[in-house]
Design a protein around this ligand. Structure first.
Ligand code: ZN
Length: 376
């Protein structure tokens, strides 16, 4: 009987974790940003300015990117391919919260190719906050990135090191000011949203992990190099997103869904967040997979998980932006805690907050937000 009950337990556990995760429960992911500066403090956003004379700090830029990623997460659109499909357009129901912003002055970690080393040296709250490294590449203003560790499994031991390295965000920002006279950032934020899609467990739907189009076994007028033999395993293994072969066979090998074809105005071009379309569609099963992950190995990165333990602090303020705890006690340490110099601090609590000996200046703000512990 015990074995039977144990089996039953694991049956339901498995069903719950892999089949029916609660996509209806909103989940928030903690993220921090690292600006990689040159040793002399130039070459990126800093604590006060954009590194080019404007009073627009790395804090401001990171806040804007997280805000835009949340706007992108709050939207979904009909999947374009296969043409005429009637897949439902579901709420993604996941968001991000900015945990902290760091600035590192080190010539050995400034460039994108040095970013893995930067994470090893400077990564913060590994295993509970997803780290974003903002680095540069010489001679390019094209924003791109890579995600480290896309597994959603619960780690058997050790930490789940989840981080993204992004290149040329700063260059793209300056490029927009110089050429347009303003900064939007939407497309760059979408690229980061895409990289987070990887960290949350998703792969490209019609491309290899590296971004090369999946071979489809037929010559393509617009991209002859992807002829190859058909590779059915290239893609995302998500059942409701079509493969490159599904699409090319449906259009008689005239257009690959991973390559924009100007002749058809991209009729068969994937609009999935997880391809290179700079668009934001996610299918129901992709959303399901993200939520499954957030209930498994990625659970440790959710804000509702972070408000399960008590927290006691002497001082609050930058570089931390958000604090999380069950019963939170601030300022019982003798020295006064100051929130000043344009600091904007958020405290998320699930049970109580006690503030002592704290001063908040007019140019700054403190927000205290109730957040219940995870219900999944
Ligand atoms: Zn990608």
């Amino acid at each position: 009987m015990k074995n039977f009950l144990t089996s039953l337990f694991y049956f339901f556990l498995g069903l719950n974790l892999y089949g029916q995760s609660s996509t209806n429960i909103a989940k928030t992911i903690r993220v921090n940003y690292h600006f990689m500066l040159k040793g002399n403090g130039t070459g990126n956003f800093n604590e006060v300015t954009d590194g080019d004379g404007r009073i627009y700090s790395g804090y401001d830029w990171a806040r804007n990117q997280v805000l835009q990623m949340n706007q992108q997460s709050d939207q979904n659109i009909q999947m374009k391919i296969p043409l005429g499909n009637t897949l439902p357009v579901l709420d993604k129901n996941y968001n991000y919260v900015l945990d902290a912003v760091y600035f590192w002055r080190d010539d050995n970690t400034y460039y994108y190719y040095q970013a893995d080393n930067a994470y090893t040296l400077y990564g913060q709250d590994k295993g509970s906050v997803m780290n974003v490294l903002i680095a540069e590449t010489t001679g390019s203003t094209v924003v791109g990135g890579a995600a480290n560790n896309v597994s959603i499994a619960i780690p058997v031991s050790g930490l789940l090191n989840k981080y993204i390295k992004m290149q040329n965000e700063w260059d793209a920002y300056l490029d927009q000011w110089n050429n347009l006279g303003y900064f939007s950032g939407w497309a760059q934020s979408l690229t980061t949203s895409h990289e987070f899609g990887h960290l949350l467990g998703l792969n490209h739907t019609v491309l290899y992990g590296s971004g090369a189009p999946c071979p489809v076994g037929c010559p393509l007028a617009n991209y002859p190099n992807v002829q190859g033999s058909i590779n059915y395993s290239c893609g995302d293994n998500i059942t409701d997103t079509p493969t490159a072969w599904d699409i090319t066979s449906s259009n008689n090998c005239t257009e690959h869904p991973g390559i924009f074809n100007a002749a058809t105005n991209g009729l068969y071009f994937s609009n999935n967040l997880m391809d290179y379309s700079n668009n934001l569609c996610l299918s129901p099963n992709q959303i399901q997979y993200i939520h499954s992950g957030l209930e498994l190995g990625n659970r440790a990165f959710t804000s509702c998980n972070a408000v399960a333990n008590d927290l006691s602090l002497c001082d609050v303020g930058y570089p931390k932006v958000s604090y999380f705890g069950k019963n939170i006690l601030v300022g019982n340490c003798g020295t006064q805690s100051d929130i000043t110099n344009r600091e904007k601090i958020d405290i998320y609590y699930s049970q109580s907050v006690e503030l002592n000996n704290i001063e908040i200046r007019a140019d700054s703000q403190l927000e205290i937000i109730f957040e219940p512990v995870c219900s999944f």
